[in-house]
Ligand binder design. Structure first.
Ligand SMILES: [Zn+2]
Ligand SMILES: [Zn+2]
Length: 421
């Protein structure tokens, strides 16, 4: 088998890998790289749709799924993913097209064409395509999120996509019962970083929520709509949080999708109870009224970019009874990052000091350094390793350390690099 890097080399974004199994071509992920403000989005290396035998999407995040519709201007290749991945990809790509009008070389017709060619598969379901066999395994990262095993000519490739080896309150742990591997393509997002154990972050967040409620304030939790929002609701539910929990924005659509795929969750009962007992905001008029008493507001966007988060920020940021809990990654140049670094937000074109108490909590959807090395330890065989999906320092260092610790042949590949197994 021969594999080519199309993207996610020394960067987080535009994942894409082309696997040639003796003439059968599989495309693993095809995502978008979001530029800094004002710069156009980036894409993986171009591939001709007619050369592809199958496209496989690990999970719905746009850096893995967002550019797949570009292959459906007139194409009709089979696309494989789990049912939740398809539902969420559709939602997220539609949203991307709405927010970034006319900045991508495809639109809704191509997305619809992609969905027409969707082949839903479950975990561990083996698919044979030409000279290749492939299957998805649980990744612990997001609902329906998977890793990919490709087998051909007695060689086996394991591509992690994004992983959270321990899973989370919402998602079961990663499946590593995968047999011997000849090539491991692993994400490196937090290869340099150790994270706080999830339980500690949960405890800190609960304490903060109680403090804010005790002083009769409102706690605003801007949060990614896919899963982080639901996870926060479940964490509060798990301690029988007595105050109202408000959910708003795209998180509500994600709730609906998750209700359709309860068997992909670690604990469907806790999820259902948490969401059913929360208050959904569907109309603007409900928004202000809902905040009469001490409560928690969970609303996208996680980095405070656009959406209803702006409304809540303007209404809640300038009262010292209130709290703001940042639970999502804050990208450079985002209002969330600015709030953390300067304590200010923009209000009517001016920078204004926030008086609400602002705290950050670690809730990453990615494996940290310890989890990543734990995974490498559990991989059987003597695989070559590609470290991808991290900044160049993380990929380089991770590759070097894997080589030193395990003696494996390891690279941090560049775009267009190829490898044969
Ligand atoms: Zn992801
Ligand atoms: Zn990713």
């Amino acid at each position: 088998m021969n594999v080519k890097v199309l993207g996610a080399a020394n960067e987080v974004g535009r994942s894409g890998f082309l696997v040639n199994c003796n003439g059968t071509n599989l495309l693993l992920d095809y995502g978008v790289l979001f530029g800094r403000r004002g710069t156009p989005p980036g894409y993986p290396v171009h591939v001709k749709p007619k050369d592809l035998d199958a496209i496989i999407i690990t999970h719905a995040h746009l850096d893995h799924s967002g550019y797949v519709p570009s292959l459906f201007v007139s194409g009709n290749t089979d696309v494989y993913a789990t049912p939740p991945t398809f539902d969420l990809s559709k939602l997220l790509i539609e949203d991307m097209l709405k927010i970034e009008k006319n900045s991508h070389p495809f639109d809704l017709p191509e997305l619809n064409n992609m969905m027409k060619n969707a082949k839903e598969i479950g975990f561990k379901q083996k698919i044979i395509k030409g000279n290749a066999t492939f299957e998805l395994r649980e990744s612990g990262h997001v609902i329906g999120g998977s890793t990919i095993l490709v087998e051909s000519e007695k060689k086996r490739i394991f591509y992690t996509g994004d992983i959270k080896t321990n899973g989370s309150r919402m998602i079961r742990e990663m499946d590593l019962d995968i047999g011997e591997i000849d090539l491991l393509i692993t994400e490196s997002t937090y290869a340099k970083t150790e994270q706080k154990p999830r339980k500690e972050s949960e405890k800190e967040l609960i304490e903060f929520a109680n403090e804010v409620m005790d002083r009769k304030g409102i706690l605003f939790i801007p949060s990614f709509s896919v899963e982080r929002s639901q996870e926060i609701a479940c964490i509060l539910k798990s301690v029988n949080f007595k105050h109202k929990i408000i959910m708003d924005g795209m998180a509500l659509k994600v709730n609906e999708i998750m209700f359709r795929h309860l068997d992909y969750l670690r604990d469907p009962k806790v999820f259902s109870e948490a969401i059913n007992s929360s208050t959904a905001i569907r109309e603007h008029s409900e928004r202000k009224r809902a905040m009469n008493d001490p409560c928690v507001v969970i609303s996208p966007a996680g980095m405070l970019v656009g959406g209803n988060a702006v409304f809540y920020l303007q209404n809640l940021a300038f009262d010292d009874k209130n709290g703001i809990a940042l639970v999502s990654y804050q990208g450079e140049g985002t209002p969330g990052k600015k709030l953390l670094e300067t304590g200010k937000v923009s209000s009517r074109g001016r920078d204004v000091n926030v008086t609400a108490e602002v705290k950050q909590f670690e809730f990453s959807g990615h494996a940290d350094r310890n989890e990543l090395f734990d995974m490498i330890k559990k991989i059987k065989g003597n695989p070559k390793v590609w470290a991808i999906h991290g900044d160049s320092e993380s990929c380089d260092m991770f590759a070097k350390e894997i080589h030193e610790k395990f003696g494996l042949e390891t690279y941090a590949p560049a775009v267009n690099d190829t490898i044969t197994v």
